[in-house]
Design a protein around this ligand. Structure first.
Ligand code: ADP
Ligand code: TYD
Length: 208
């Protein structure tokens, strides 16, 4: 059966690196698989991404921020994720609804019940089958993210300006979400080597 797998964790924890490794692995095995990312993944979503991540975006209210993430998510859900799942493809998505609960809910204090209601309306028909949470100390993760962002041409530095306390709240938020839904979540240590984490993820998947 094709699975819908999401990758979560604070910035710099290693999600994108692990998603690419799993994507390559599944492709080599000849499996039908597509990748998606949030915010973004569609023309509208990529425009929303620029607003959300550009360091020049100022005075964005937490609720406006949340709704922009959900606008991007709904486009991604309708245009990419659901059609791929219905075609029988695996979908690997770099962040999804749990990021909104962790960042806008636990991080910024938006009502978690409201976020849960949004989830029911926006993506209620299809939650991920498996969520891989890469857990890492924020000071280590942010050092990695900053180093990576310096090498990038695009300005996606708005979240870099947040404090370590903010990322600690987000990290604890993710761990709470994982405790509340142990069936769906698997926690992978971000302290492992890149190859070590990849092997761990392969062990967690229902692959023959
Ligand atoms: P995320 O998508 O979670 O923000 P990335 O996968 O982009 O994180 O990784 C952030 C940076 O850390 C990249 O430069 C990447 O090469 C590096 N990195 C990823 N995983 C590891 C790891 N296990 N050990 C050391 N460095 C890593
Ligand atoms: P991403 O590009 O995955 O950042 P990184 O590679 O550094 O982990 O995500 C962009 C930023 O958007 C990231 O700081 C987390 C934030 N975010 C939210 O605050 N809420 C959300 O719902 C999503 C999907 C992302």
């Amino acid at each position: 059966m094709n699975l819908f797998i999401t990758f979560e964790g604070i910035d710099g924890s290693g999600k994108t690196t692990q998603l690419k490794l799993l994507h390559d692995y599944l492709l080599k095995r000849g499996m039908p698989v597509v990748v998606a990312r949030e915010p973004g993944g569609t023309a509208i979503g990529e425009s929303i991404r620029q607003i959300l991540l550009h360091s020049g975006t100022k005075e964005l209210k937490p609720l406006s921020e949340l709704l922009l993430y959900y606008a991007s998510r709904y486009q991604n859900f309708c245009q990419n994720i659901l059609p791929a799942l219905e075609r029988g493809q695996w979908v690997l998505c770099d962040r999804y609804a749990d990021a909104s609960a962790a960042y806008q809910g636990y991080g910024r204090g938006v009502d978690l019940n409201f976020i849960e209601r949004l989830n029911q309306v926006v993506i209620g028909q299809r939650m991920p089958d498996l969520t891989l949470l890469i857990d890492l100390d924020p000071s280590l993760a942010l050092a990695r993210a900053r180093e990576r962002n310096q090498r990038r041409a695009v300005d996606e530095g708005r979240f870099e300006k947040e404090s370590l306390e903010f990322f600690e709240r987000v990290r604890q938020g993710y761990l709470n979400l994982a405790r509340q839904d142990p069936q769906r979540f698997r926690i992978v240590s971000g302290n492992l080597s890149i190859e070590g984490a990849h092997q761990e993820i392969l062990r967690l998947l229902p692959l023959q």
